[in-house]
Ligand binder design. Structure first.
Ligand code: IVH
Length: 674
């Protein structure tokens, strides 16, 4: 409710403040060259907040005050990309790049001189798409599988290098902008240091940190993370003619996007090669991670002629850099105990920066690997980080041996609980045989509460560790019997935090079947297989009844997985935990609740006019079967109006309200009947 009616002057003032704030935001975040002090910026911002408080009816979604403020979501809606977001073929050497170039020449049928390439860094982050209608950010989504992504609009709005409103006059009616959300290396390290202090799980690399931050249901969390976006291309564009990639990059820059200062237009392959080697040299000095360069045929007409092959364009290639290597010393080799009791030797290193990220441990996988590489305590070794994997030891530099190095011996007793260690025949892994090994319990708990499993927000590793050490929980099910006074026994626990933890536990009492199966931590059953099992067996009770033979009948379930599932449900200890989970109030879902998510799930449709391929009733049934709803009248809550022949007034109403209309063809595509 406004306290008074805004007059023209107020409207003008608000518009003016927004323009100024947007401009200074751009100077600060995109150009890295602020024109006013932070204090002045804050003053402008506060003035706008104040005016919007007085005249809430004047708040628009593109106001700079609206970057944070949306309520947390229950789940992400899906977004179908109007043009698929493709992936890239890879080259790893000069020859492979030249092979690509030869194919381009051959298939395009034009002479060498006509082919120019734009070259740019290959950012190592998360691909997103932003849709701007009339210059205003309408939808932001992740790449997903390239066809369907997740609607992360409110999260992307918190990223300051993403304009909420585009700059300039004569803006295109519609433009889809594609780019990469990244986190700078130093921001990543700071974030991990903070997380370590708080006892939260660490991110493996800046890419995971960026992706994890964008895929938060609560945009306030995203907003607290230092993220950036580089725009590197367009999808659909209406109302502006672009003829080549170079031009579109310049256009994106004019619209207010951050584009890489390293984009170049190369006239021939030698220039491309020189660019590759130049970027390989400076990659470590860049504030963010890049894992190669992307080479794109510049002319759109040629791109179209070349087309695509199985989800990768024939007009572009990613020329990757070799993995980053560094030399350092092994201070010690320790053994870590995982969730399944597996003992992994880990090299503790003299900290060293690899590709700009500090590394202090590297996995040695298993005993055989240590023997094969002959890694000893005190050795100087070459380690490498290849993309997302945990660093590993590549080789020992024998010439640096002094004779004082110590050989590693796999312990015979678990370093955590002291139980006997065994190495089952035919396996490379040693395992702790202890049934109450605290390391296994802690790892199991950490898995149980994680995303994709029971998803209990705010229960960090340190918290679970203390719970186990203080003997407040012995297994996963014990979490559901915790009382506030138990939680209050933890270090640095406050009233509010304890309540949040209990509420996160409570919320997890209604998992999906897939999440529940995954959470159980059955050996060899990851998230994907959990989904396969949920779909095929429809309930935990039914899954528990299957024989090894029954299980192997399922596509994707091999004998080893089948045996682990069988063993899991025939271990009395696990059955006891299942019973206890039920007693603790966890609802074991059955198939009905496990409706498959489709692009129609939760969407409201209105049908108007005649369809060629279906009667009204058939169309209604299809929509409902796919999780949508059919309503008889159009409102602003309608998601789609399906417009057939001779539509009625519902069509006019949809246009008036700006509700999305689709024709029969588009409808058929949406329901997958084409
Ligand atoms: S262009 C066909 N340009 O690489 C066009 N992609 O493997 C495909 N990426 O999912 C995208 N930097 O996340 C393009 N300068 C760049 C890029 C880039 C990073 C990522 C992007 C995409 C993946 C494709």
């Amino acid at each position: 409710m406004s306290m008074s009616k805004p007059d023209k002057k107020i409207i003008e003032k608000i518009k003016n403040l927004r323009e100024q704030i947007n401009y200074h935001n751009y100077r600060y975040y995109v150009l890295d060259s602020p024109q006013i002090s932070d204090a002045e910026y804050d003053r402008l911002f506060d003035q706008l907040v104040e005016l919007e408080k007085r005249y809430p009816e004047l708040i628009t979604p593109d106001s700079p005050t609206q970057r944070v403020g949306a309520a947390p979501l229950q789940e992400f809606k899906t977004v179908r990309h109007s043009l698929p977001m493709l992936s890239l073929n890879k080259a790893t050497s000069d020859e492979e790049f030249l092979d690509f170039h030869r194919r381009v020449l051959e298939l395009s049928g034009v002479g060498e001189k006509r082919i120019k390439y734009t070259v740019e860094p290959k950012f190592d982050g998360l691909a997103v798409e932003l849709i701007y209608r009339k210059g205003i950010l309408a939808v932001g989504s992740t790449r997903g599988d390239g066809v369907v992504g997740e609607d992360v609009t409110q999260n992307l709005k918190t990223i300051k290098t993403i304009p909420l409103r585009l700059f300039g006059k004569n803006l295109p009616e519609l433009i889809e902008v594609r780019g990469e959300v990244i986190m700078n290396k130093d921001d990543f390290e700071r974030l991990n240091r903070e997380r370590e202090k708080a006892g939260e799980a660490l991110f493996a690399n800046p890419r995971n940190a960026a992706a994890g931050s964008v895929r938060q249901l609560d945009s306030k969390i995203t907003s607290s993370r230092p993220l950036n976006m580089f725009a590197y291309g367009t999808g659909r564009v209406e109302g502006k003619k672009l003829t080549n990639h170079w031009e579109s990059i310049q256009f994106l820059k004019d619209l207010g996007f951050k584009v890489s200062q390293y984009v170049e237009l190369c006239q021939n392959v030698d220039q491309v090669k020189a660019y590759y080697h130049r970027l390989a040299k400076i990659r470590n000095d860049l504030p963010y991670e890049i894992d190669g360069i992307v080479i794109k045929v510049n002319e759109f007409a040629l791109q179209e002629k070349l087309g695509e092959l199985s989800r990768s364009p024939r007009w572009a290639v990613a020329w990757k850099f070799p993995p980053q290597q560094e030399t350092t010393r092994v201070k010690d080799i320790i053994v870590s105990v995982g969730r399944t009791g597996a003992l992994t030797p880990v090299a503790m290193l003299e900290p060293v920066r690899v590709g700009g990220v500090e590394v202090s441990r590297a996995t040695l996988h298993n005993e055989d690997e240590v023997q094969k590489k002959d890694v000893r305590i005190g050795d100087t070794v070459v380690i490498q980080r290849a993309g997302d994997v945990i660093p590993e030891v590549v080789k020992v530099i024998h010439s640096r041996r002094t004779g004082k190095e110590k050989k590693f011996i796999m312990p015979q007793r678990c370093p955590v609980c002291g139980s006997r260690v065994e190495r089952p025949e035919g396996e490379a892994i040693h395992r702790c045989t202890g049934i109450a090994c605290p390391a296994q319990i802690k790892e199991n708990l950490a898995h149980f509460v994680s995303k994709g499993a029971m998803d209990m927000d705010g229960l960090g590793y340190k918290f679970l560790e203390q719970m186990v050490d203080k003997k407040l929980i012995k297994d996963q099910a014990d979490l559901y019997f915790l009382k506030k006074e138990d939680v209050m026994k933890m270090d640095r626990m406050g009233d509010k935090l304890a309540e949040n933890i209990l509420s996160a536990i409570d919320k997890s009492r209604r998992p999906s079947l897939t999440n529940l199966i995954y959470a159980l931590g059955i050996r060899n059953v990851g998230y994907h297989l959990a989904g396969v099992l949920a779909k095929n067996f429809k309930s935990i009770d039914n899954l528990a009844r299957q024989s090894v033979e029954d299980l192997t009948r399922v596509h994707e379930i091999g004998p080893i997985v089948a045996q682990s599932i069988y063993n899991f449900f025939h271990n009395p200890k696990n059955l006891k935990i299942l019973e206890k989970l039920k007693k603790g109030g966890v609802k074991f879902p059955t198939e009905k609740a496990e409706a498959k998510k489709t692009p129609l799930s939760g969407k409201t449709f209105v049908l108007t006019g005649g369809l060629d391929s279906f009667t009204r009733d058939e169309a209604r049934k299809i929509i409902e079967d796919l999780g949508g709803r059919v309503s008889s009248s159009v409102s602003k809550n309608t998601d789609f109006v399906v417009v057939g022949k001779d539509p009625g007034s519902k069509y006019d109403k949809a246009l008036k309200l700006g509700v999305k209309t689709i024709n029969e063809e588009e409808f058929k595509k949406l329901i997958g009947r084409q």
